[in-house]
Design a protein around this ligand. Sequence first.
Ligand SMILES: NC(=O)c1ccc[n+]([C@@H]2O[C@H](COP(=O)([O-])OP(=O)(O)OC[C@H]3O[C@@H](n4cnc5c(N)ncnc54)[C@H](O)[C@@H]3O)[C@@H](O)[C@H]2O)c1
Length: 291
Amino acid sequence: MKIEDVKKIVVVGAGNMGHQISLQCAIFGFKVVCTDVKEEVLKKAEAFVDKYLPGRVEKGKMTADQAKQIRANISFSSNLQEACKDADYVIEAILEILDLKRKVFADLDKWCPPHTILATNSSFIVSSRIADATKRPGKVCNLHFFNPALVMKLVEVVQGPHTSDETIQISMDLCKKIEKVPVHLKKEVDGFLLNRIFRAIAREAQWILEMGVASVEDIDKACVYGAGHPMGPFRLNDLTGIDLSYIMGMEAFRATGDRSQLPTPSLVEKYVKGEYGEKTGKGWYDYTKKK
Ligand SMILES: NC(=O)c1ccc[n+]([C@@H]2O[C@H](COP(=O)([O-])OP(=O)(O)OC[C@H]3O[C@@H](n4cnc5c(N)ncnc54)[C@H](O)[C@@H]3O)[C@@H](O)[C@H]2O)c1
């Protein structure tokens, strides 16, 4: 198979990441079905697209005809089985829970044609922990987009010991076609490439807070004004989701036994309170007063 054979992409999960990955693929000419188990999430994703495209036309970034074509490229569905029937490439972006992902991949394997590549957008779970839930491990890999997926250029394409070179080649080509910048990770490693670096920064920031050395605001300021980061680690954490950080920290601890990977007490408190960041209106910062 070659990238030219990839016409239809199915995205599983229309949350934070899934709806934007879907739109990015539709913008560059792929037929996309964006799926989710929750109707309200699908409605929100569709409303986002219906607001985003006219906004781009208004800003002169695309013509009305182009927007119309892109809109026609993308549909929304809660029927994953139906969507998979003629899929060439599937990108899974559901919750970061291994058992859930394994179940979805087993279903995808049953429902997709034999040629279909199955990629996971997981932030943390390497595809070798999922591939054996399918009968096509050579066609399973990690395709790791960054948040917000419409904006961030980087995609990490991670090759597990089971992943074929062809799958990696098509995945790299797919990223280029949707104007992303893919990097090829030749081996699986916990946290992949950039998140390993970010995680070290975030962990240190959280311990500085825990030790009472500085406030959330000042730690963020230090990273923005001293290191030139576009946003501080706490603001970034509110954007990517405190729930995800909690799950990733717990997973990292389970995988390595290293206690320093455990979420800090303040992060656990936020998680338990359901203060996940921007999506819940409150995280390290309060968004309820912001319009
Ligand atoms: N949030 C980020 O910054 C970020 C960045 C890169 C990668 N990721 C990864 O992307 C994935 C999704 O993260 P997110 O932040 O978009 O999560 P999210 O909670 O915003 O969205 C997940 C969606 O998956 C849906 N879902 C759950 N089970 C499903 C199923 N069986 N079939 C179809 N849909 C199902 C949920 O209804 C939900 O809408 C995770 O693996 C995460 O690690 C997240």
